[in-house]
Design a protein around this ligand. Structure first.
Ligand code: ATR
Length: 272
C-alpha cells in the first residue's frame, strides 16, 4: 500500500524547550496512525519563520509566548475568536492561506464545564496578560460576571473596559467575594512552587478555585483549595483541551483526548 505523504506540524515560540505540545501532539498522531511529525522551533525572527511555514508547506502551527499577538498581522485570515481576543495560538495552512485560530478560550471552557457552568456566576480573575484575555473572553461569552484584579492597575482596567466587566485593585484579592477565582498569573509556577497568589485563610469565600498553571500539576493554590474542601481545576485540562482543538482543526478528526492526557501526565511526572 502506498504511504500517504507525511504532514508537517510545528510549534513556534521563545522559549519552547519546556513545552509539552510536541509530546502531546506526537502521541495523538501516533494513536490514530495519522502520518505526521511535530517539531518545536525556537524562533527569534517571526517574519522569517512565517515565510518558512509558507515555503515549506507546514500544515499547522501552534503559536506560543511571545508571538500570540504579534503573529496576527502575518496571517491571511483570522477567525472571530482571534479578532475578539487579539491573540492566536493556532495556525492552519489552508492551501497556502494561513488562517489564525484561538483554542485557548475553548480549551478553558471545555475544562471548566466539566466542573462548573459559569453562567451568572461571579468570577474573580487574577491577572490581565495574554492568557487572561482568552479566559475573560470565554467567561464573558458564557454569561459570567467577571471582575479582573491585576497588579498593574492600568492594564487590568483596560482589559476590563474592553470586555465590559469590572476591575478591582490587586490589594482586594484577599477580601473580594465571588463564586470562583481563576489564577492566570505565573505566581506558583515551577520553580517557585511555594508561592500562592491567595492564602488558605482567604480561599473559603469561593466554591471553585482554578489555576491555569500546569507545571506543577498541583500548585500551592490548588493544594490549599483542595485541603479546604473546595472544588478545584488545574491548568492541565485546559492545556490538553486547547491542544485537542488544535488537533481537530489540523486533522479534521476526533482528538484522542485520553492518549494526550496520558502523554502530558507522563512528561510532567518525568520533569517533577
Ligand atoms: P501570559 O501571556 O502568560 O498571561 P503575561 O502577558 O506576561 O503572560 O501576563 C502575566 C500576568 O501575570 C500579568 O497580568 C502580570 O501582572 P502585571 O500586569 O502587573 O505585569 C501578572 N503577574 C506576573 N507576575 C506577577 C506577580 N509576581 N504577582 C502578581 N501578578 C503577576
Amino acid at each position: 500500500m502506498k504511504k500517504t505523504q507525511e504532514k508537517l506540524f510545528c510549534l513556534i515560540g521563545n522559549p519552547v524547550s519546556h513545552s509539552l505540545s510536541p509530546v502531546m501532539h506526537r502521541a495523538a498522531f501516533e494513536a490514530i496512525h495519522f502520518h505526521a511529525c511535530y517539531h518545536a522551533f525556537l524562533v527569534s525572527d517571526l517574519a522569517g519563520a512565517i515565510k518558512g511555514i509558507r515555503s515549506l508547506g507546514i500544515s499547522g502551527v501552534s503559536v506560543t509566548i511571545p508571538f500570540k499577538e504579534a503573529v496576527i498581522p502575518y496571517l491571511d485570515n483570522i477567525d472571530e475568536n482571534v479578532r475578539r481576543i487579539g491573540a492566536a495560538n493556532t495556525i492552519l495552512n489552508q492551501e497556502g492561506q494561513l488562517v489564525g485560530f484561538n483554542t485557548d478560550s475553548q480549551g478553558f471552557m471545555r475544562a471548566l464545564r466539566r466542573v462548573e457552568n459559569p453562567k451568572g456566576k461571579k468570577v474573580i480573575v487574577l491577572g490581565a496578560g495574554g492568557a487572561a484575555r482568552a479566559i475573560v473572553y470565554a467567561l464573558v461569552t458564557q454569561g459570567a460576571q467577571v471582575t479582573i484584579l491585576n497588579r498593574t492597575r492600568e492594564k487590568g482596567e483596560k482589559l476590563a473596559q474592553e470586555f465590559s466587566c469590572s476591575f478591582a485593585s490587586w490589594e482586594q484579592k484577599d477580601t473580594i467575594e465571588g463564586d470562583m477565582i481563576v489564577n492566570t498569573t505565573p505566581v506558583g509556577m515551577y520553580p517557585h512552587t511555594d508561592e500562592t497568589p491567595v492564602d488558605a485563610s482567604h480561599l473559603s469565600r469561593f466554591n471553585l478555585v482554578v489555576d491555569i498553571i500546569y507545571h506543577p500539576v498541583e500548585t500551592k493554590l490548588i493544594r490549599l483549595a483542595h485541603h479546604a474542601g473546595l472544588k478545584t481545576l488545574s491548568g492541565v485540562d485546559m492545556f490538553i483541551y486547547q491542544g485537542a482543538e488544535q488537533f481537530r482543526l489540523w486533522t479534521g478528526l476526533e482528538p484522542p483526548i485520553e492518549v494526550m492526557h496520558q502523554a502530558v501526565m507522563e512528561a510532567l511526572k518525568d520533569e517533577a
